[in-house]
Structure formats: C-alpha cells, structure tokens
Design a protein around this ligand. Sequence first.
Ligand code: DC
Length: 223
Amino acid sequence: MNCISVAIDGPAGAGKSSISRTVAKQMGFIYIDTGAMYRSVALYAIDKGIDTREEKNKVIECLDDIKIEIKYTDSGQRILLNGVDVSEEIRQEKVSAGASDVAVIPQVRERLMDMQRKMAKSANVIMDGRDICSYVLPNAQVKIFLTASSEARAMRRYQELLEKGIECDFETIKNDMEARDKNDSSRAVSPLKKADDAVLVDTTELDFEQSVEKIKELIKNAL
Ligand code: DC
C-alpha cells in the first residue's frame, strides 16, 4: 500500500498536537505524536534515577529496555511505556525538560526515527515533531512548519494549565519555553528548523478552528 504522510514540525506550544489530532480525526489519518516518544524515553530514565542532562551513556544503555506503543482507544490516543499507560505522566514539566535533554542524543533519535518510519509505512499518518519534514519523512506528501510567537505560545500553555486548575506563572512558562526552543534549535543533531520545502503556517493571529482549517486546506490542495 502507498501510504500518505503529512509531516508537521514546529516549536513547543505552537498547537501542533491538538491541531494535528483534530485534523487527523476529521480526515481519517492516524496521528503520531513523536514528542510523546521522546518524553517516554525521558520518563523511563528519570524513574531509574538517571540525570538526563549529564548521564547520556546511561540513557543510551536504557534504550534496549524501552518499548513504546501507541494505542488508539475510544477516549483517544494512549502512550504505553513497557505496557504501562504513561499518557498523563509524560506531560509533567520535569519530563518536558528531560525530553529536550534526551532528544540531543543521536542514538536516541536514531532508535525513535526507525520506529517512526515504520509507523508511517503502515498507515496514512499525520506525524508531528521537530525533525519530521527534514529527517524522518523527507518524502512526505505534505510538509508544514507550524509556529507562533513565543508570547502567544506561552499564553496558550498558561491558559491550558489554568483551565486544568494548575497554579502557574506566565513568565516562568515563557522562560522555560524559550529555553527549550533554544535547546531544540541549537543541538547538533536534527535541530528544530523549517525544512526548505515546508510551508510556514504562523498561528499567532489564528484561533484553533482557523488553524485546523488552514492545515486541512493545505493537505487537500497537496493530495
Ligand atoms: O513536542 P513535545 O514538547 O512533546 O516534545 C518533547 C521534546 O522532544 C522537545 O524538547 C523536542 C523533542 N522532540 C524532538 O527533538 N524531535 C521530535 N520529533 C519530537 C520531539
């Protein structure tokens, strides 16, 4: 079967996952959140007491013990780490920072990239991440770089947390987000960068529905 791939990259908080998930549902694609895979590796290492920033060799040694699965249920997509549902746990701030750390390790990227390519061979997918257009699926039929100003991205995350009843500070969120962007963009392997042939979509001035419609339009025009 010749599968269709839609690749979406962009910085944290640009709305990639919520927009991709909605577009995938409406258009009958499988959504693959590659950030959740990096987060799962980080969670496994953190739970083992590994310092994800300083002990890269130990993270690499863990790779053979980690099995990541994406399960599709009525209540949405779930991430299983060695058979355990970690979908909520991987969203903690310490795991966000750990994921950014493990994402600089070439062996981690290679392992996850293999898994991601296999997934894209078996279904029509919308895959989001940082290096999907440039490295993971360079032949994707649709390539999009989704971004927004750091103010707008931090504000969305801030409101999201407030809605969940989680106390937080806007400036701290914005600073953490900018630090993570810097880490993701400046790393030597597969840095976050718009691929030359990806279409730039800036959602700073768009609401969620408008962003979804924009992405759907790009996909429809390309297929
Ligand atoms: O999209 P996210 O915030 O869940 O991603 C978590 C971290 O993983 C983020 O710091 C960047 C990294 N990542 C990556 O390097 N490559 C990907 N394809 C996806 C995520």
